[in-house]
Design a protein around this ligand. Structure first.
Ligand code: AMP
Length: 430
């Protein structure tokens, strides 16, 4: 428990401490490695955008825009919002930077915090982090398939256990209105059993009824018509080709005819990565095709497809990623006050050479210091006492192997020589 007088973080906002952030970094670095192989470049976006960007891109009837955005008026009254997701920002940047003209088929990935005022629970926060990728300017099924192969390889690469890719097509501007009408008819026939939110969704955005978390609604919607039965010829062919390509690349997936994405602009391919063991918040990521979005934001009629993964949830399903904190290569232990200066000089030279080196304060017994070195998982203990200073040679003990073997490190050697000597001790002990 923190002391009573401290100031707590805001509800739904949390700190990411080194044990967790080390794992996040590994997930981010893996994303960079894999996504780069698929031709993606990183885009760093602002956290704040104009409110109208989200109102226009996500649609006024989505939960996010209706009740989850952190919006405020700037001092000059401009309506601003902390981004709840990044696709809208990517498209804005794509148009604003001129990429839409110079490189219409752009591949961009991003990572960073998103903000939604949802009810916090395990795996759901008000500030959370996403890694996402967007392909703009491609309406062919190959683009969807490539993106999904990349996602599959990334998840496998980070050891994301027991995740499943679910796939669906939600139709396009030709056939989606037909499906929407069929859902509306179904909803009207079952009105009595649907929750008040679904009553609203029925008129404004009936696809969202499929997404409702209320159990009685889910039971009813399990019998609702599925999009697959209403797809037009173009959407059918697109889906069939995506599936053929995924099967060719041995990407495991399951069709989920009730999968819809919460956001209005999705069309055709929709997918989600779900995981067991996460409880109610079982979606690790999701995405799909959004062919109308660029035009809706004032750009040319250019297609897009992308996904976003939640880093908090990804870290939960990839437990092995960087699970162990690496201890310092060497921990320098000055035994008394005279050894402090030489200890820092030694540490600096080794750190300049790229080694992870710990440094303890003086004034404790050798036994106590060695216990600390053990707790810090140091590989080598470098002891600097009176005798060592006189001889100008530190005593080195290997704490992991050959624990009885003592070696020495000449204190007056140059940095590179010191680094080589320590590396040889580690290498030689293995
Ligand atoms: P979405 O942008 O809603 O499609 O979400 C994509 C992914 O972001 C989800 O599958 C989650 O992993 C993650 N995510 C969305 N909202 C939250 C949240 N409030 N807290 C934590 N992760 C979230």
């Amino acid at each position: 428990m923190p002391p009573p007088d401290t100031i707590a973080a805001v509800k739904g906002f949390r700190d990411v401490l080194p044990d967790e952030s080390r794992r996040w970094r590994a997930l981010e670095e893996a994303a960079e490695r894999v996504f780069t192989c698929y031709g993606f470049g990183e885009i760093r976006l602002p956290v704040v955008e104009r409110t109208e960007l989200f109102a226009r891109s996500l649609g006024e009837t989505t939960d996010i825009v209706e009740k989850e955005m952190y919006s405020f008026a700037d001092r000059d009254e401009t309506g601003l919002t902390l981004r709840p997701e990044a696709t809208a920002g990517v498209v804005r940047a794509y148009l604003e930077s001129g990429l839409a003209q110079s490189d219409p088929s752009a591949r961009l990935y991003y990572r960073g915090p998103m903000f939604r005022r949802e009810r916090p629970q395990r795996g759901r926060y008000r500030q959370f982090y996403q890694i996402g990728a967007e392909v703009l300017g491609r309406d062919d099924p190959l683009a969807d398939a490539e993106l999904l192969v990349m996602l599959d390889r990334y998840l496998a690469g980070v050891g994301a256990r027991a995740t499943r890719l679910e796939l669906n097509s939600v139709g396009d501007r030709v056939c989606r209105p037909v499906y929407r009408e069929r859902l509306r008819e179904f909803g009207r026939a079952h009105l009595a059993g649907l929750c008040p939110d679904c009553h609203r969704r029925l008129e404004r955005n009936p696809l969202r009824m499929l997404d409702c978390k209320v159990e009685s609604c889910q039971e009813i919607m399990a019998r609702a018509p599925v999009a697959a039965d209403s797809l037009c010829e173009g959407c059918r062919a697109h889906l069939a080709q995506v599936r053929t390509l995924l099967e060719q690349e041995r990407v495991a997936y399951a069709m989920n005819p009730r999968l819809v994405r919460g956001l209005d602009y999705y069309c055709r391919t929709a997918f989600e990565v779900v995981a067991g063991g996460l409880g109610a918040q079982n979606a690790v990521g999701g995405g799909g095709r959004y062919d109308g979005l660029v035009a809706a934001l004032g750009g040319p009629d250019v297609a897009g497809v992308g996904f976003a993964l939640g880093l908090e949830r990804l870290a939960m399903v990839a437990p092995e990623v960087e699970a162990e904190a690496p201890g310092p290569t060497a921990l320098i232990l000055p035994l008394d006050a005279q050894a402090v200066g030489p200890a820092l000089a030694l540490a600096t030279r080794l750190r300049d050479g790229g080694l992870a080196v710990g440094l303890e304060p003086a004034g404790r017994s050798l036994k106590a210091l060695l216990r600390i070195a053990d707790r810090r998982h140091a590989r080598l203990a470098v002891i600097l006492g009176e005798e060592e200073l006189r001889a100008r040679r530190a005593t080195v003990r290997d704490l992991v192997q050959h624990q009885d073997r003592r070696q020495v490190l000449p204190l007056d050697a140059g940095g590179p020589e010191l680094v080589r000597a320590l590396q040889a001790m580690i290498g030689g002990g293995q």
